[in-house]
Design a binder for this molecule. Structure first.
Ligand code: FAD
Length: 421
């Protein structure tokens, strides 16, 4: 359905333009190819997308992502899973413990009812090349490095101004999907506001090496200052590795002896491992080494609108959640699949992909899941000090368990929302 129009004017045309080649944009390109291959798709990414070597995209940095069973099913349906699986560690059990209390609770596959597995963990640096290679194998056009500098929405569609290799180019699309990240400059250009809650916490992220097999156990530990998670990773060169997400307050308090994020980042490796061991305990074994340490400010941002005529906001541009429960990308993947299905349904009734009523259908069908998931993740910061019995139940099962086990999560979310079980 696409043809490059008049190279002299450097104007390009596409049915669907996706701005941002991160986890959201790349996944959506694959799902559109699966559900509505008749539409041409152009993926625009401001960073280079080399076919080999590391990617310098925010999505595909040093983090690891816990994929839910539902996300794995989507990747299976996209034929991406066979390759991805070879780089994943499957989660066999989730072990939950409270600092200061002996024992702990375990969540295994049997607790999941219908769900087939607890999920898997993949390093983002691996996920990126696998997704982008799969996108290259679709008919999608990749424009990178190319930056969208202006976005105008008219009655017939969207017109985007791009900078490609220093030259200005116009791209026209019936539907533009804005997946340009949490700081989304295009959302601002569209005049769409967002609500922001600053949790005044940071997530310190690194990879650690331990002295024994993790046996597929994902550990979640609650401390007075926030939760920490150690997630299984595939062994590398014989080393047993786990991904750490360690939540700490933004600033050090002189009143307690908490070591704030900045000091943890600056500690020599040996001292950092010792501080981590002291806080986490010995359940996962001795912590031998750690990789590069990174930190992410924790907040909740929600776009006031997710759809307009010819426009959809996707991924972090639409909602950015607390990461410790591991839900942000899993939620985005479900958003992407529904959008592709709705656009495909529009074909049967002769609807162009950017028509408002179609996009409103999409927004409506995502409302409940988004509200439950976002509501749950927003309550995370309060989980650790509250005496509310339902929040204590959440602590028993663990955030990760709730995130990976839909029936539990939904039971908790229904109760927390006052709907009853
Ligand atoms: C510490 C941490 C741990 C997490 N762990 C999990 C987890 O275990 N499970 C889970 O489900 N989720 C997790 N998440 C959430 C997950 O990382 C996000 O859902 C995901 O990064 C969303 O990516 P995105 O593509 O929306 O945005 P981004 O990754 O920000 O991508 C946006 C892209 O748009 C490009 N771009 C920006 N502006 C332009 C422009 N004008 N023109 C062209 N290109 C542009 C950027 O270069 C970038 O590549 C975690 C998040 C954090 C912070």
């Amino acid at each position: 359905m696409t043809h490059d129009a008049g190279k002299a004017q450097q104007a390009l045309e596409t049915d669907i333009a996706i701005i941002g080649g991160g986890m959201a944009g790349a996944s959506l390109a694959l799902l559109l190819d699966k559900y509505c291959p008749q539409f041409s798709v152009t993926l625009v990414e401001q960073r280079p997308l080399p076919q080999s070597g590391p990617l310098q995209l925010p999505s595909f940095d040093a983090r690891a992502t816990a994929l839910s069973a539902g996300a794995i099913d989507i990747f299976k349906s996209l034929d991406v899973w066979p390759v991805l699986q070879t780089h994943c560690a499957m989660i066999e059990r989730v072990h939950v413990s409270d600092r200061g209390h002996a024992g702990g609770a375990q969540l295994g596959e049997r607790d999941l009812g219908d769900a087939q597995s607890l999920g898997a963990v993949v390093e983002n640096a691996v996920l990126g090349p696998v997704l982008l290679e799969a996108v290259r194998n679709t008919g999608a056009r990749l424009l990178a490095p190319a930056t969208v500098t202006n976005l105008e929405i008219g009655a017939r569609g969207a017109e985007l101004l791009l900078q490609v290799s220093g030259a200005a180019t116009t791209l026209r699309a019936q539907l533009v999907v804005v997946a340009d990240g949490a700081e989304s400059s295009l959302r601002k250009q569209l005049g769409i506001d967002q609500r922001y809650v600053d949790y005044q916490q940071q997530a310190l992220v690194t990879t650690v090496e331990i002295d024994r097999s993790h046996d597929g156990v994902a550990y979640e530990r609650f401390t007075a200052r926030g939760p920490m998670a150690l997630l299984p990773l595939p062994a590398r060169d014989g080393a047993q590795r786990m991904a750490l997400v360690w939540t700490r307050p933004d600033r050090e308090s002189s009143a307690d002896e908490a070591v704030g994020v900045e000091r943890l980042l600056a500690l020599p490796e040996r001292d950092f491992c010792k501080a981590l061991q002291d806080e986490f305990g010995w359940r996962a074994g001795r912590i031998l080494r750690c990789g590069e340490r990174h930190h992410y400010p924790l907040g909740l941002s929600l776009s006031d609108e997710q759809v307009r005529s010819h426009v959809v906001l996707m991924g972090n541009a639409a909602h950015f959640l607390h990461p410790v429960a591991g839900q942000g990308f899993n939620l985005t993947l479900r958003d992407c699949e529904t959008l592709a299905q709705v656009v495909a349904r529009g074909v049967a009734s002769n609807c162009a992909p950017g028509e408002l009523h179609l996009l409103m259908d999409y927004a409506e069908s995502r409302q409940r899941d988004q509200a439950l998931t976002i509501g749950f993740s927003d309550r995370v910061p309060g989980l650790f000090s509250s005496a509310n019995p339902w929040l204590q139940v959440a602590r028993q099962f663990g955030l990760l368990g709730l995130a990976l086990a839909p029936p539990l999560r939904s039971a908790f979310a229904r109760q927390a929302a006052g709907l009853g079980l």
